[in-house]
Design a protein around this ligand. Structure first.
Ligand code: PGA
Length: 253
């Protein structure tokens, strides 16, 4: 059985004082018996102090991006080893905001995935279609290209999580219906079986992301191929994030 995995993508939010307040709330509500893996993914400047904040809690740390080179003259970038240094276990790669606003291509994302895994990071690789793709009936075509373009059979699947995030549902309050999410998740698992093999695909966690909130988490997480959530807006409020974690815990029980 796949252990549910809920990650919070803080995006470009929180100063140090605000982050400490959020973490105090999460620590107070955390439970060593959670049947769910939980990670927070703050912006770079908070990784080192948040690495200390999560000490002795069941909460893991992740970053939102990483460079594909181990070191060098890459002004403004951060390497996989630097993330490990900050106590990161995870890194989000290929978020739609990075694809759209920073021009990240599958060819680049493939290199980031390999570099992160080689350094010892687990990767949350994001895929998802734009509204125009969905309306044109191209969702599966787009998602297949995103998977095929960045993954291959020699990628370490034991370090891989997929996040399906329909771009039209991110930060918009519009969520994919459980049926829409399940349909694409099942498609993704089938594609992963082609890239790796059936047993490997069955073991890979596929998170849903896009306006996951306390009031819709349970029905989304109850879908057979929805194994967790990548949460944006709702992870910035401790009580909301904890409510989503508890919904995942219940599906993992
Ligand atoms: P949202 O963001 O929950 O605010 O829609 C999700 C994400 O972008 O990962």
């Amino acid at each position: 059985m796949r252990r549910p995995f809920v990650a919070g993508n803080w995006k470009m939010h929180k100063t140090l004082a605000e982050a400490r307040e959020l973490m105090a709330g999460l620590r107070a509500g955390s439970d060593a018996d959670w049947k769910v893996t939980v990670a927070v993914c703050p912006p770079y400047q908070l990784l080192f102090p948040m690495g200390r904040e999560i000490d002795k809690t069941p909460i893991k740390l992740g970053a939102q991006n990483v460079h594909c080179q181990p070191q060098g003259a890459f002004t403004g970038e951060v390497s996989p080893a630097m993330l490990i240094d900050c106590k990161c276990d995870y890194v989000i790669i290929g978020h739609s905001e990075r694809r759209q606003q920073f021009g990240e291509t599958e060819e680049l994302l493939a290199r980031k995935i390999r570099a992160a895994m080689e350094a010892g990071l687990d990767v949350i690789y994001c895929v998802g279609e734009l509204l125009e793709h969905r309306e044109a009936g191209d969702t599966e075509k787009v998602v297949a290209k995103q998977l095929d373009g960045a993954l291959a059979s020699d990628v370490d699947a034991s370090r891989l999580t997929i996040a399906y995030e329909p771009v039209w549902a991110i930060g918009t309050g519009k969520t994919a219906s459980p049926a829409q999410a399940q349909e694409v998740h099942a498609f993704i698992r089938g594609r992963l079986a082609e890239i790796f093999d059936q047993a490997t695909a069955e073991a890979i966690i596929i998170q849903y992301g896009g306006s996951v909130k306390p009031n819709n988490a349970k029905e989304l997480l109850s879908c057979p191929d929805v194994d967790g959530a990548l949460v944006g807006g709702a992870c910035l409020v401790a009580d909301d994030f904890l409510a989503i974690i508890r919904a995942a815990h219940e599906t993992g029980s």
